[in-house]
Design a protein around this ligand. Structure first.
Ligand code: BTN
Length: 263
């Protein structure tokens, strides 16, 4: 399903001036929007740049996975944060909150966040977030890459044969969504939540927990090929997932090193 093309003018229409999205680049087909954002990281005025693409030929996900997309049916974009010494973990949580709030504010859907970066509707993945960090000429730079399934059909996901069940807003609502309007909402929300990361990281964790159902439940985690099981008792924005192991002490799991395995 393909609706109107992405347009920087339409994304910026009616939006107040802000840091995230003060420059928007829209491309048709790229390897990965994260790569294009990294290519701009040496430019002094590039903080807040957002790179959108209609499709990616080598979209990447966490832990070496790929992110597949059709043309013109999702939001595939990356936000460049230049010279912001913030931990990638908290940025990922804040970005998931920004997406969850934007979608929940528009549609009467039951949105959840699965640690650390998956936004789900009824246990099916609608959005993934990949945060990368690099030191560029002594400056801490980050790229937050977001893939949100908007107008894909059920057949599209069936043809991919995914391990994790996925869905789109079109499947869940039965209607097409204007991607430009949704992108504008998400950029506004990211602008807010990425600045909250700086001065009130605890607030990010609190709102994140409202969307999460893992806390208090039994989970299995894979870390460096070793499996752990236990009860998830909390998330700590700086240290990660806090788990009371079934056969051991309380342990922290950092987002960069592990995956929660479906029960
Ligand atoms: C995951 O769930 O594993 C993260 C997926 C992140 C996908 C997005 S799509 C836009 C950006 N460019 C990429 O290559 N990846 C991210």
């Amino acid at each position: 399903m393909q609706t109107g093309l992405l347009s920087a003018e339409r994304i910026l229409k009616g939006s107040p001036v802000r840091q995230i999205g003060r420059r928007i680049l829209i491309l048709d087909s790229v390897s990965s929007t994260n790569d294009i954002a990294w290519g701009q990281a040496e430019q002094p005025d590039s903080d807040g740049l957002c790179v959108f693409a209609e499709t990616q030929t080598a979209g990447r996900g966490r832990r070496g996975r790929t992110w597949q997309s059709g043309r013109g049916d999702s939001l595939l974009f990356s936000v460049l944060l230049r010279d912001r010494p913030l931990p990638a973990d908290i940025l990922t949580l804040a970005s998931a909150v920004a997406v969850a709030e934007s979608v929940a504010g528009q549609f009467p859907l039951h949105i959840q966040i699965k640690w650390p970066n998956d936004v789900l509707i009824e246990k099916k993945k609608i959005c993934g977030i990949l945060t990368e960090s690099r030191n560029i000429r002594g400056r801490m730079c980050l790229v937050v890459g977001i893939g949100l399934n908007v107008n894909q059909s059920r057949e599209f996901f069936l043809s991919l044969g995914l391990e994790t069940p996925a869905t789109s807003l079109a499947i869940e609502t039965g209607q097409e969504t204007d991607r430009n309007a949704l992108a504008a909402l998400i950029l506004n929300s990211l602008d807010h939540w990425l600045s909250v990361c700086r001065y009130a990281p605890g607030e990010v964790g609190q709102v994140w927990k409202r969307y999460n159902r893992q806390i208090g439940s039994q989970i299995r985690i894979l870390e460096n090929q070793q499996e752990f099981s236990g009860t998830c008792i909390d998330i700590d924005p700086a240290k990660g997932l806090v788990v009371q192991l079934n056969h051991g002490p309380i342990r922290f799991f950092r987002a960069a090193n592990c995956t929660v395995i479906p029960a």
